[in-house]
Design a protein around this ligand. Structure first.
Ligand code: XMP
Length: 315
């Protein structure tokens, strides 16, 4: 690849000459889509619309954070609030693959609607080299059908523009740093979002619990890493299990939910080892989760499985 500076200059020039009308991009806040959106915005200004689909399944503060990033980068954006639509579509569904399919399809419907309203003729995507190289082998797809904003169908009637097609992740991060895109250091987050961390049926109540638990896990681990107690894991989060177990609350027997904490070391997500988190950090996570959610969660466990045989996410 060219140096990041030359890449930016040439790509903006190229996008400016290729995109003759209006263009749209789906922005999740991840580094790839944020970099693609920033480059396209530099090229065509407000003829670009970045759409962030709020599916009601995002992490605590995430929608606000992504909105702040889009605003700071001066990108013309829209937040499509569609949480209720997603929850309605997921009602009564507990099979992981069906959940993923429903979320993927719903996402496309919402995005298509936005594209039509804006009158977009071009679709900009943050596809990077490993996305299309890996999709050739089909191995991952047999394990879990991955959904992300790079997976929009080609038949949406728009001309596809993929400015990052030849870049690898570390190169995208270099470009992001130079552009001042803050998304560059975030941990990976799956396309179906918290739905695959709320095992079984996805309900607004379940999502609220796992959202708070994920926040606590992220916060405690970040604090511990900053204090030099541990290395930052590659990925770290909470999972809400579908079963209940017995506990005590005050002098009464309680029948509450279980949170599993997952933290892994990995290079590319293809294999992973569970993170050796110090016990006092696990302790702080456990106490804070059960104190914060006294009425719903009475048990916290730590996942000590590698990938393989497990996967990183539980669904
Ligand atoms: P698994 O659970 O398969 O996950 O070991 C490997 C990595 O991929 C992330 N992941 C996804 N990313 N769309 C994505 O963009 C998805 O549908 C998806 N499912 C899992 C997961 O968080 C981990 O980093």
């Amino acid at each position: 690849m060219l140096g990041a500076e030359d890449f930016i200059e040439e790509t903006v020039e190229d996008l400016r000459s290729r995109i003759q009308g209006k263009a749209i991009i789906a922005c999740s806040g991840g580094v790839d889509s944020m970099v693609a959106a920033t480059l396209a915005s530099k090229a065509i200004g407000d003829r670009l619309l970045a759409v962030y689909v709020d599916n009601g399944l995002m992490r605590k503060g995430e929608t606000e954070e992504v909105e702040g990033m889009l605003r700071d980068m001066g990108i013309n954006y829209r937040i499509a609030s569609a949480g209720q639509e997603f929850f309605d579509a997921l009602k009564g569904v507990s099979d992981p693959e069906r959940k993923r399919k429903i979320i993927g399809e719903k996402f496309i419907r919402v995005f298509e609607r936005e594209a039509r309203e804006f009158g977009a003729e071009y679709l900009v995507q943050g596809t990077i080299a490993p996305d299309w190289i890996e999709s050739g082998d089909g191995v991952r797809d047999t394990i879990k059908s991955h959904h992300n904003v790079g997976g929009l169908p080609k038949d949406m009637g728009m001309t596809l523009v993929e400015p990052l097609r030849d870049l690898y992740k570390d190169e995208v991060r270099d470009v992001a740093r130079l552009l001042g895109v803050k998304a560059s250091e975030r941990q990976p987050f799956p396309g179906p979002a918290l739905a695959v961390r709320c095992l079984g049926e996805v309900t607004p109540e379940g999502i609220a619990i796992v959202r708070e638990a994920c926040f606590i896990v992220e916060d405690e681990i970040r604090k511990a890493a900053e204090a030099g107690k541990m290395e930052m894991p590659w990925q770290y989060f909470a999972v809400l299990l579908p079963s209940r177990s017995v506990g005590v609350q005050g002098d009464r027997r309680a029948y509450g939910r279980t949170i599993a904490v997952r933290a892994v070391a990995s290079v590319d997500g293809m294999t992973a080892t569970y993170a050796r988190i110090p016990l006092d950090v696990l302790d702080a996570i456990s106490v804070r989760i059960t104190n914060t959610m006294k009425d719903s969660v009475n048990r916290v466990v730590y996942d000590i499985t590698n990938k393989p045989p497990a996967t990183i996410e539980w669904e």
